[in-house]
Design a protein. Structure first.
Ligand code: ZN
Length: 162
């Protein structure tokens, strides 16, 4: 497929997930909850996670929030991909996604849908939009089961006052 067509395909998939998200809402019950914020674009994500009985596997991920098409599509694609994954697998996928945004990796066949986000790596200012939901999920997984207060931010420097 020509590169130009491939780019158009990626954009179509992103727009489709933005307009018709399949995983918007809140899980029931809420075993983990984390908010994320990307100040450079204004995206916010409110993630909820339902775990299995032993608490080591993701049964469901849902999101709420406001943001650009890339941030919302990334959240929807991630929620889809995370169902049934162990927490260890989920953290590995977060790492793989970050590597993909650096152009260093892509997902294997069974997760190839996530590779549509590769196109975003060409636009450095939008990478934080794509990774926001993944950072937020990582924080949700790594926290204890107590609900956390406030937002996590994916702006690296706390001194960076806008
Ligand atoms: Zn954004």
């Amino acid at each position: 497929m020509a590169l130009e067509n491939l780019r158009t395909l990626y954009q179509q998939v992103i727009l489709e997930h933005y307009k018709k998200p399949r995983h918007r809402g809140k899980t029931d019950p809420v075993d983990r909850h984390q908010r994320g914020h990307n100040p450079s674009c204004g995206d916010t994500i409110d993630l909820t996670v339902k775990l299995n009985a032993s608490g080591d596997r993701i049964e469901d991920v849902k999101f709420e929030g406001e943001g650009c098409a890339i941030a919302m599509a990334s959240a929807d694609l991630m929620a889809d991909a995370m169902r049934g994954k162990s927490l260890t697998e989920a953290l590995e996928m977060v790492q793989s996604f970050q590597n993909m945004m650096k152009g260093q990796a892509e997902f294997p066949r069974e997760l190839r849908k996530l590779n549509v986000m590769q196109g975003v790596a060409q636009f450095p200012v939008r990478i934080k939009c794509a990774t926001l939901t993944w950072h937020t999920l990582k924080a949700a997984i790594e926290q204890s089961s107590e609900p956390s207060a406030g937002f996590i931010s994916n702006e690296a420097s706390p001194e960076g006052v806008l």
